[in-house]
Design a protein around this ligand. Structure first.
Ligand SMILES: C[S@@+](CC[C@H](N)C(=O)[O-])C[C@H]1O[C@@H](n2cnc3c(N)ncnc32)[C@H](O)[C@@H]1O
Length: 224
């Protein structure tokens, strides 16, 4: 069973995300502001890895004219997104699948939050190219995920910091441990430099860092 089909993970997703990702609500606010610089008031936004629905809800609240296409391979996470975004349902289309299942657009902006760190380098590059292809020229993409020095020592150091951050969180006891060894082995994390290079190689330019929080980095980039 993948993590995102496990009923406990899915039902506690919002709480877990708030605990694990520093300033998650502020992050959504920032993403919305950055996209809003170029997405018009009636713009169309692609949300890849839309399961859970948190960024959809935040962007829909702040931008009453935007419509959204959310894509995610986990039906359980999409159900969660449906529930969380209930108030904005008429502006949100959710699809089960991967980037190739997304409509062709063209989209005025896109996000991919807390998702790309699960993808191998090749799959990430392919996914980013496919997002790029669906954007209008000049349209923004915001991405956020784990990104840190990925040699052995770097992984040990940063994952230990992440584990400590979580285990000392004030946000409750439930499940506040991570399996550092499993993360080290399974998460195909890239360094910030590699992440930026992949964005450039996938058709994006003007790559700007807007979020750096412990193990997480976020960039906004624009379709060339
Ligand atoms: C940690 S959750 C992030 C959800 C949401 N973007 C957020 O920020 O709260 C990761 C999501 O990525 C989805 N996912 C995994 N692999 C994917 C892929 N190749 N393409 C799109 N989504 C993927 C999972 O099903 C899961 O819903």
């Amino acid at each position: 069973m993948s993590t995102f089909s496990d009923p406990d993970t899915v039902s506690s997703y919002a709480e877990m995300a708030e605990r694990n990702v520093p300033a998650l609500r502020d992050l959504h606010h920032m993403v919305s502001i950055l996209l809003g610089e170029r997405v018009s008031s009636d713009g169309r936004v692609l949300v890849l890895g839309a399961g859970g629905g948190l960024e959809l809800r935040a962007m829909a609240r702040l931008n009453s004219g935007w419509s959204f296409d959310g894509v995610d391979p986990s039906p359980q996470m999409l159900d969660q997104a449906r529930a969380v975004t209930h108030d904005f349902a008429e502006r949100i289309t959710l699809r089960e699948g991967y980037i190739e299942d997304a409509p062709d657009g063209p989209f005025d902006g896109a996000t991919c939050l807390l998702t790309l760190h699960f993808l191998s380098r090749e799959e990430r590059a392919r996914t980013l190219r496919e997002i790029c292809r669906r954007l209008r020229p000049g349209a923004p993409l915001a991405i956020v995920h784990h990104s840190f020095a990925n040699d052995d020592a770097g992984k040990d150091k940063w994952l230990a910091r992440f584990a400590k951050y979580i285990s000392t969180s004030e946000m409750g006891e439930a499940g506040n441990r991570i399996n550092v060894e499993a993360m080290k082995e399974r998460l195909p994390v890239l360094s910030p430099e590699q992440d930026v290079a992949i964005l450039h190689d996938s058709g994006f330019s003007q790559v700007e860092l807007f979020y750096a929080a412990l193990t997480f980095r976020g960039w906004v980039a624009y379709r060339t």
